[in-house]
Design a protein around this ligand. Structure first.
Ligand SMILES: Nc1ncnc2c1ncn2[C@@H]1O[C@H](COP(=O)(O)OP(=O)(O)OP(=O)(O)O)[C@@H](O)[C@H]1O
Length: 267
């Protein structure tokens, strides 16, 4: 099967509030696929459904041919072992060294001997350029470096699937570029499949093979970054050009300003 992850006709609500509707997405093996969209459009929810933290009301998420919502606890554990996750802001354990942070998933999920853990951690740290920072604590390195440590930790177990939730959030432009390149390089070097949730157009378009645009829980556009740059779709144009108003309105819906000021006019 060419897709590592397949989402079909997915519906998800929190209570009676629909969050995702009619979603179908493909995540082909070896590719780096981006999921973009404004705040609250449902991007993180997609990742949580793939990781099996929540279950859809309708439709399926299949990872490597297995329907995630049908797995028992043991099946889910086995599946998650093959997934690496970089959470929003990629928080590190502050009382552990850089080395111990990257070693953490290896110690949690494997019975590998200490020498092998050491070699694996140093290889991962080398890949993100921080082998010589192994003995430092998170508060002794910069925010950009901390994000790179979190990347090394996310791929420590050599995952088939790596999910990145807003990996560029809060980084300076140089660190953003470094992080983007690392995400691409790690994907290609490990032969994994990556899902990148982000609203940073520049970095994402630089490294993604394919992009899905979500708005209010639906796919409104998809294609390669080049196709998206040339798109005439008003939503994509607003997003790509960072226009403050468009299909996604600047104003929270309701009364017009004129009405509120008692002028009787329409907005
Ligand atoms: N546990 C929850 N209970 C109820 N509603 C939730 C819960 N988690 C998220 N939501 C709502 O679901 C919607 C989608 O959230 P989600 O986190 O997937 O958005 P997002 O696209 O990742 O946004 P952001 O970029 O701001 O993280 C939001 O409106 C959010 O308020």
């Amino acid at each position: 099967m060419s897709n590592l992850v397949e989402i079909r006709d997915l519906h998800f609500s929190y209570g009676d509030r629909p969050i995702l509707q009619n979603l179908s997405m493909d995540f082909p093996r070896g590719k780096l696929i981006a999921v973009m969209g404004g705040s609250g459009s449902g991007k993180t929810t997609v990742l949580r459904l793939i990781g099996g933290q929540i279950k859809p009301q309708r439709g399926t998420v299949a990872v490597n041919g297995e329907v995630v919502s049908q797995l028992d606890t043991e099946g889910l554990y086995r599946l998650r072992r093959k997934m690496g996750m970089l959470f929003q802001f990629g928080a590190l354990f502050t009382d552990l060294t850089v080395f111990e942070n990257v070693a953490f998933p290896l110690r949690e999920h494997t019975e590998l001997p200490e020498e092998l853990i050491r070699d694996l951690v140093l290889m991962r740290l080398n890949a993100v350029g921080l082998r010589n920072a192994a003995d430092l604590k998170p508060n002794e390195i910069s925010g950009g470096m901390a994000r790179r440590v979190a990347l090394a930790r996310a791929v420590a177990l050599d995952p088939a699937l790596v999910m990145y939730d807003e990996p560029f959030a809060g980084l300076d432009p140089i660190s953003m570029g470094v992080t983007a390149n690392l995400i691409r390089n790690l994907n290609d070097a490990l032969g994994s499949t990556s899902i990148l949730v982000s609203h940073d157009v520049n970095e994402t378009f630089l490294i993604a093979d394919y992009v899905y645009f979500l708005s209010a829980g639906r796919i409104v556009a998809s294609g390669t970054p080049d196709e998206m740059r040339r798109s005439t779709d008003p939503y994509v144009k607003q997003f790509v050009n960072a226009e403050p108003d468009g299909p996604v309105p600047f104003h929270y819906p309701g009364k017009s300003l004129a009405e509120d000021l008692g002028l009787g006019g329409k907005r």
